[in-house]
Design a protein around this ligand. Structure first.
Ligand code: NAD
Ligand code: ZN
Length: 342
């Protein structure tokens, strides 16, 4: 089969012929139709320090996909050949305390598809059936292919009650942009998003942001005054990983505000803890998606009118994968889809 392989140290990926995976007794084999490129894949492409330390090259990478079940292991229940599925990229152990309590997203033994084990940038992917998620008819392939990052946005945004609240999102990457639409859909009042990239701020506007603020040009206090916000934001969703963005979030939260952190800051990032303490802020870290509560919520939100289609800005046949990575690296993109069906 064809696969995008990290062959060894250095930049890039190679489209190669590799052996088709064999599904185990508890696995499904998925014929991949479409995949999407994640920021993680860009780290792997660039072969930065994290990738060099983490990726067991040579390995097939990728973890955002939609495809069709073409084989099921003998122990598998609930899936059939022909099912259209996406899948949870975190493979959990099933025996740690959190797994056994149904909190799979908190598994301490999580293994990442396309990070620690072979991924989906290939004609076929074998994963535990537990990780597969059936996509209802009516949800198009392109959207099903981005359920993983959409799930990051949904898990983060739905961590706190948003109804009637003023929400600050820092970072208008693909995930922040989707969070805008989710916050709107869930009933937030003002949804303000920040970035330093005008292209991405434009996408955030299309997704329904009340204000998309270029922090190189204007400060949040000015925007808040314009919106008649006299006290501060009720909910903060940190989706940039930029220390300065988190700092400005803490500065502009109302007392009693709730903050969810998805963005991954550099190690030992310092903050002014006085904001946290004297404002009585609640801070929650977010990793991955809740299995599978987040997946049901995503499906239901799409079925009840949530529109995240503007986040997909580029589509390429897989042979042109290098153009896809170029678009991601250039920052003039939302989500980039690679089509394997041809
Ligand atoms: P991304 O890198 O595409 O987006 C981050 C955005 O932040 C960029 O558009 C960048 O221009 C913007 N930014 C930079 N400096 C800023 C500043 N000072 N103020 C506001 N915005 C600023 O990333 P993404 O794919 O949308 O993911 C968002 C974040 O979530 C990343 O940090 C990523 O590593 C992280 N992530 C975490 C998880 C998890 O499970 N915790 C999963 C996926 C992604
Ligand atoms: Zn576990």
């Amino acid at each position: 089969m064809r696969a995008l392989v990290k062959t060894g140290p250095g930049e890039g990926l190679e489209l190669q012929r590799v052996k088709k995976p064999e599904p185990g007794h508890n696995d499904v084999l998925i014929k991949i139709r479409k995949t999407a490129i994640c920021g993680t894949d860009v780290h792997i492409w660039k072969w930065d320090e994290w990738a060099a330390r983490t990726i067991p090259a040579p390995m097939v990478v990728g973890h955002e996909y939609v495809g069709e079940v073409v084989a099921v292991g003998q122990e598998v229940r609930g899936f059939q050949v022909g099912d259209r599925v996406s899948g949870e990229g975190h493979v959990t152990c099933g025996f740690c305390r959190n797994c056994r309590a149904g909190r799979r997203h908190l598994c301490r033994n999580t293994v990442g598809v396309g990070v620690n084990r072979p991924g989906c940038f290939a004609d076929y992917l074998a994963i535990p059936a537990f990780n597969a998620f059936k996509i209802p008819d009516g949800i198009e392939d392109d959207l099903a292919a981005i359920f993983d990052p959409f799930g990051n946005a949904a898990h983060t945004a739905l961590s706190f009650d948003l109804v009637g609240e003023d929400v600050l999102i820092t970072g208008a990457g693909p995930i922040g942009i989707m969070a805008v639409a989710i916050a709107r859909h869930a009933g937030a009042r003002h949804v303000v998003i920040t970035d330093v990239n005008p292209y991405r701020l434009g996408l955030a506007e299309k997704m329904g942001a009340t204000r998309a603020v270029n922090v190189l040009e204007r400060g949040l206090p000015e925007v808040m005054a314009e919106l008649g916000m006299t006290e501060g934001f009720d909910v903060g969703l940190e989706m940039s990983g930029a220390p300065r963005a988190f700092e400005s979030m803490l500065e502009n939260m109302n007392h009693g505000g709730r903050v969810a952190l998805l963005g991954i800051p550099p190690k030992s990032t310092a903050i002014d803890w006085n904001h946290v303490i004297f404002k009585g802020l609640v801070i929650k870290g977010i990793y991955g998606r809740e299995m599978f509560e987040t997946w049901y919520k995503m499906t239901a939100m799409l079925q009840s009118g949530l529109d995240i289609r503007p986040v997909i800005t580029h589509r390429f046949p897989v042979e042109e994968y290098a153009l896809g990575f170029e678009a991601m690296i250039g920052g003039q993109s939302g989500k980039v889809i690679l089509d394997w069906s041809a």
